[in-house]
Design a protein around this ligand. Structure first.
Ligand SMILES: [Zn+2]
Length: 241
């Protein structure tokens, strides 16, 4: 018996956080920051729906801030479990989170100077130092390498082709004579890319949690290198794009 609760990225595209309760454990799949319009950003100040002290392990799909940016708060508020991720995601998180903390501090300083803020005095959601407290919990694995977020639950990362280190998460458990598999897609990339490996095909999936931000749109049939050169030559195109 497993229970899945969407704590973000529902009705909006940022703040990816999914709580999977299974095998006697509470697992958090991604731990993103809400970004974009102010109404969204304010959600980052709400208490986390489950006390971080009650979450056993966190599993990341990739390093983008809308999938990892809440980690410093989660740790500050008592999360102490391992944070599973690919090796490149771990390296990127160590760059991106302190940078985000630094920006939060800068923003608070500016708000205090200009005298606008919800809080008085304005505070950073987390600091650069808070972000560094996440590092000791990072537990990187290779693509395809098994890890066990709970006894009897096997995790594995496969290429998602979205950014360096991005992966979809394949969780498998024994059920009767066979297996049950749940896949969290994370964000997916394109099949042909000059730098990243193509997303791997998932097979025999019983439950699929799929990113669908652009689900109703097709990629334009164009050469991205040509588009890039056009934009570099004429930055105004970006506005119209
Ligand atoms: Zn992403």
């Amino acid at each position: 018996m497993a229970k899945l609760t969407f704590l973000g990225a529902a009705g909006t595209v940022t703040g990816s956080r999914h709580l999977l309760e299974t095998h006697g454990k509470r697992l958090l799949i991604d731990c993103g920051l809400f970004q974009g319009v102010k109404a969204n950003r304010l959600k980052n100040w709400d208490a986390f729906p489950v006390s971080p002290t009650l979450i056993d392990e966190t599993i990341l799909t990739h390093a983008h801030i809308d999938h990892t940016g809440y980690l410093p708060r989660l740790v500050k508020d008592g999360f102490r479990g391992p944070i599973h991720c690919t090796r490149a995601t771990s390296d990127l998180v160590e760059i991106l989170l302190p940078d985000t903390g630094h920006l939060q501090e800068e923003e608070a300083r500016y708000a205090n100077k200009k005298g606008y803020s919800k809080h008085n005095p304005a505070k950073a959601l987390f600091t650069e130092e808070d972000a560094q407290d996440v590092f000791p919990l990072l537990s990187p694995v290779e693509y395809g390498q098994h890890f066990y977020p709970a006894e009897g639950l096997r995790g594995k990362y496969r290429d998602a082709g979205h950014i360096l280190g991005s992966a979809f998460l394949d969780l498998k458990t024994k059920r009767g004579d066979g297996f049950r598999k749940i896949v969290f897609s994370g964000d997916l990339g394109r099949p042909f890319d000059s730098v990243l490996r193509a997303p791997v095909q998932a097979h025999n999936v019983d439950y699929l949690v799929l990113e669908s931000t652009y689900g109703d749109r097709l990629h334009e049939d164009m050469d991205p290198r040509k588009k890039f050169i056009d934009i570099a030559k004429n930055p105004l195109i970006v506005e119209a794009w």
